[in-house]
Design a binder for this molecule. Structure first.
Ligand code: FO1
Length: 330
């Protein structure tokens, strides 16, 4: 069975960990893993060059989470982390003192940067880094080209300012109203090798509860990706990142506001659109608190269902993944 997940950071990583647990139960490989082929296409719009190293927050969050090294409470970065280098960098007053690169995390960025400088594309670099972490899935960046999400905010003199997404997200906690998002580098970007095949050749494509605008939305914005999802023979099922009118974590509401989409489970589904009307989704799983929207979504051509979608632990997340797959008969 081939499953392809279009994932951002924490939500997508945690969901994929639960999905892997479910598939290991259903299709065991006899060694605790699964014979299912899981491909995670990961958003790289949050990436940046910082202190001369390439930082890929969502790729690292997925890699660490599936590799068992993630700082569980934070959802990103390494467990048992320290920040001696980051603190000393602050003493030099260089870089982003509000963005902490942990000491162990820095090793990942140094390794990645060395491999990039050697001429390897990000997709091959990612595969090399994953050889250490054994994520039990293939991680693909959405593109080997640099596509960075920037946020347009109002300037001080009635003009507009462009912030890197991470500055808006971490330094300002998305509190500065975003006028719009710009994916810098998008025009020249192509899907990384394997991305389109992973979408076209899957049995099921999953849109996990990642940020629908700056994570899944950025992946879909890579030329060719949205069309591949709309036309794949795979079933396409999503899990709402919005529960009861609010994001479970992060600030997707600030992102949805910026693009004029209501922060609701139903509005996000309609933003993706039903496959029956040329959209992306065959099915959409909402949380039980939003069960009242299911009938309306079905009337609009979605298969829809409601279940508890709080990813409290791996077995629970596996059950959520099972509920999502069940909507498309898997
Ligand atoms: N998030 C924060 O809120 N504060 C940080 O200092 C921070 C540092 C950081 C370093 C590496 C990395 O891979 C992720 C980091 N994040 C931090 C999380 C990051 O903002 C998110 O993982 C995504 O970019 C948003 O989904």
């Amino acid at each position: 069975m081939k499953v392809t997940v279009l994932a951002g950071g924490v939500g997508g990583a945690r969901f994929t960990r639960g999905l892997r647990h479910l598939l290991a139960q259903r299709l065991p490989d006899g060694a605790g893993g699964t014979t299912a082929e899981i491909t995670v296409v990961v958003n790289t719009g949050d990436d940046m060059w910082l202190h001369g190293v390439r930082v890929c927050p969502d790729l690292d969050t997925v890699m660490y989470t599936l590799g068992g090294a993630v700082h569980e409470d934070q959802g990103w970065g390494r467990r048992d982390e320290s920040r001696r280098v980051s603190d000393d960098l602050a003493a030099y007053d260089v870089g982003w003192d509000w963005f902490t690169l942990g000491d162990l995390d820095l090793a990942t960025h140094l390794a990645r940067t060395q491999l990039l400088r050697a001429g390897l594309p990000l997709s091959e670099v990612t595969a090399r880094l994953c050889e250490r972490w054994h994520p039990g899935a293939r991680l693909l960046p959405m593109s080997d080209q640099e596509v960075e999400t920037h946020v347009v905010v109002a300037g001080d003199h009635g003009d507009e300012r462009l912030l890197h997404f991470e500055e808006w997200w971490v330094r300002h906690r998305a509190a500065l109203p975003a006028l719009r998002f710009e994916q810098v580098g998008l025009a020249g970007a192509t899907p990384a090798p394997g991305v389109l095949d992973a979408i076209a050749g899957a049995d099921v494509v999953v849109l996990p509860p990642s940020n629908p605008v700056v994570s899944v939305g950025t992946i879909l914005a890579i030329p060719g990706v949205r069309a591949a999802v709309a036309s794949t023979s795979a079933a396409v099922v999503g899990v709402s990142p919005i529960v009861g009118g609010a994001p479970v974590r992060g600030m997707a509401d600030a992102c949805l506001l910026a693009i004029g989409v209501e922060t609701s489970a139903a509005a996000v589904a309609r933003r993706y659109g039903p496959r029956s009307a040329g959209g992306l989704l065959d099915a959409w799983l909402v949380d039980e608190v939003d069960a009242d929207v299911v009938d309306g979504l079905v009337a609009d051509g979605f298969r829809a269902g409601a279940a508890s979608t709080l990813m409290t632990d791996v077995p629970t997340t596996a059950r959520i993944a099972a509920d999502a797959l069940a909507l498309v008969g898997l």
